[in-house]
Design a protein around this ligand. Structure first.
Ligand code: NDP
Ligand code: MG
Length: 385
């Protein structure tokens, strides 16, 4: 059987490196055809020397010459920029594009990959937050598979196997609650980025770790789930589950609930997205009931963690609102990580941006890209004031 060719966009990140662990574990099944990064040339070179892909792409061009020099003895093309990303997803050898880029920068390569009839293994949730309706229409139109990598969405996807004709009543997206679970507004005034970066259950990239602390990650995941599983907003509920063992649940029309469980380890949803519909034997850590005698569930505190409420509001409003929410969030997270604003200010600035941006009821791809661009300017101005 021939190997499945994979393009890993964002190969140097948390998801990207774990995806390469999966490829490494199944050398007869998968082949890394493309690896890309933003600016981490050193790691990209190391990965390219090991996996010998057909091409690598750096979106930040400063180290292009270094990468070319390091890979000159092997048959790996070195491309750069957004154009490079859009080119490599088209390669004939690529069967699946695993999009593990962080942020709305992942949108254009996803669109191009779908148009070239590649299946998508989606970690880059921002793609669906920004343009969920448009993306799922393209998925239908081109007849490709959209395979979730996000653990909650992978859980729901796994619960739905064999249930094609059974309508969903609702889904519960689980949330760990992050490092500040249980804290009230007064206690969050002074929290530092070091505290926000300490996630209790998952080791992830900086942006999603801050999103998890502020509950924006759960807001983005509600939006992602709505589009992925074609649900109404009222069918998507969030339940806080601090142990992150139940990765999410589906409730069917007969009241039956299915959950997918396991220790928190992103390699499993990554692997499942690549092996679906099969399950490959692996040696990842197994769940032990005696380590978790109690599993807890709580209501999310949307008064304190306002981002989750802002995300539901944006989703209800529709149009380009979620695109604005996402771009504003990317800017505020960056500002928080640079100590320019406090933790609670993030929600204030996002809300102010949402109120300022022009509403577009039925955006095209260009409208989304323009909304993303303008939102970033407005959010930056609000932060400066
Ligand atoms: P990381 O920050 O660890 O990695 C991001 C990757 O994208 C890196 O390879 C980075 O390159 C590259 N990159 C950054 N900016 C750009 C850009 N503008 N254009 C192209 N490439 C870029 O993020 P994560 O792996 O944590 O997250 C990736 C995506 O997966 C996010 O959408 C996140 O929400 C989602 N996700 C992550 C989970 C996790 O456990 N980490 C869980 C569920 C979803 P470089 O290294 O050079 O900066
Ligand atoms: Mg998740």
């Amino acid at each position: 059987m021939s190997k499945k060719g994979i393009a890993i966009l964002g190969a140097t990140g948390s998801i990207g490196t774990q995806a390469l662990d999966v490829v490494r574990a199944f050398p007869n099944d998968f082949e890394a055809i493309v690896l890309t990064c933003g600016s981490n040339a050193e790691l990209l070179i190391k990965q390219a020397l090991e996996f010998k892909p057909k091409a690598v792409v750096l979106t930040d061009t400063t180290q292009l010459a270094t990468v070319k020099e390091a890979l000159k003895r092997q048959d790996t093309a070195v491309l750069c920029g957004e154009e490079g990303l859009v080119e490599v997803v088209q390669y004939e050898e690529v069967k699946v594009v695993l999009n593990a880029i962080v942020g709305s920068a992942g949108l254009k390569p996803t669109v191009k990959a779908i148009e070239c009839r590649k299946d998508i293994a989606l970690a880059n949730k921002e793609t669906l937050v920004v343009a969920g309706e448009l993306i799922m229409d393209l998925v239908q139109q081109y007849g490709v598979s959209m395979l979730p990598v996000d653990s909650e969405h992978s859980a729901i996807f796994q619960c739905l196997v064999g249930e094609a004709h059974n309508p969903i009543e609702k889904i519960y997206v689980t949330a760990s609650g992050g490092p500040f679970r249980g804290k009230k507004t007064g206690e969050l005034l002074q929290v530092t980025k070091a505290e926000a970066l300490k996630h209790p259950n998952w080791a992830m990239g900086a942006k999603i770790t801050i999103d998890s602390a502020s509950l924006m990650n759960k807001g983005l995941e509600v939006i992602e789930a709505k589009w992925l599983f074609n649900l109404s907003i009222d069918q998507v509920d969030v339940i806080v589950h601090p142990q992150s063992i139940v990765h999410s649940l589906v409730q069917f029309k007969d009241g039956s609930m299915k959950a997918q469980m396991g220790v928190p380890d992103m390699k499993l949803p990554i692997q499942y997205a690549l092996t679906y519909p099969a399950r490959f034997e692996n040696s990842f850590e197994r769940f032990n009931f005696m380590d978790y005698p109690t599993l807890n569930f709580e209501k999310p505190d949307m008064d304190t963690f306002r981002n989750l409420a802002l995300a539901y509001d944006a989703l209800r409003a529709g149009g380009n609102k979620c695109c604005v929410l996402n771009a504003a969030n990317e800017v505020v997270v960056d500002a928080f990580l640079k100590d320019k604003i406090g933790f609670l200010q993030m929600s204030d600035v996002i809300e102010a941006t949402l109120n300022k941006m022009e509403f577009i009821a039925h955006p095209t791809l260009d409208d989304y890209l323009e909304t993303d661009r303008v939102t970033r300017l407005i959010t930056s101005e609000i932060i400066k004031d």
